[in-house]
Design a binder for this molecule. Sequence first.
Ligand code: NAD
Length: 274
Amino acid sequence: TQVPDITLNTGNTIPQLGFGVFQIPADEVVEPVKTALEAGYRSIDTAAVYGNEEGVGKAIAESGLARDDLFVTTKLWNDRHNYDEALRAFDESLDKLGLDYVDLYLIHWPYPGQDLYVDAWKALQKLHSDGRAKNIGVSNFQIHHLRRLFEETDVVPAVNQVELHPNLPQGDLRAFHAEHDITTEAWSPLGQGKGLLDDETLRALADKYGKSPAQIVLRWHLQLGNVVIPKSATPARVRENFEVFDFELADDDMAAVTALDTGTRVGPNPDELG
Ligand code: NAD
């Protein structure tokens, strides 16, 4: 299976489907990452705060895959937005991953009360110009946080990784990203599983297409143009989530999934965290 690439505003590409490792403990992450790499995933999404960068690095090293063929993302945690602190945090992440560059480095949350995300963004620009972060972006940024970066700095984020699933389709943010050439990456693309995947509309579509509700939701993301990073520690599901390139949702079925919008988040509101 060939995963489509999305071209970022840097000219580099990111695989449209990757593997997320949030909430997989460090000592348990090696096997799922290996399973994902064996299934064909080439993009892995971790973060300093997940505490499992070492395990991700170990799985990558043991996979025998060429570094060039992989796309590795990690993220700067909220307490390290200060410029010098951000540079140090990046060094620590690289060291834990056992890599000499990452493909994508993100500011994990704007953490607006602290008001240091512009400083952090300048540190990421330095890492980008040094070639150690091939692409830089943000996560959980609202439109007003992005506008602030536009006003105070010269570099537009390549990616904004945000909570996005059928209960929270993020139409306004997606339109803003499209206007400014920012790639939309969806976290909790399955709405963290429970609840959403029991939805009757999704079950009916699953029957219609001979797929699972999770595959219907991932297909919806892909057809919207989102980058997705579903997570599972269950090998059969890791593989199932990769088998989404052999069917296509009709326009009215795409609309039926988008109509599941309830505005409900599974994570914090970025304006209220920090
Ligand atoms: P997700 O939407 O990927 O859901 C994962 C859960 O869904 C699994 O734990 C499992 O319970 C269930 N599931 C997965 N595949 C399934 C299948 N085929 N059938 C049935 N159930 C299935 O949620 P997530 O892990 O929160 O998000 C994915 C990734 O996004 C994370 O691992 C992480 O890398 C990233 N993330 C980023 C942020 C951020 O702030 N930037 C926040 C949360 C997550």
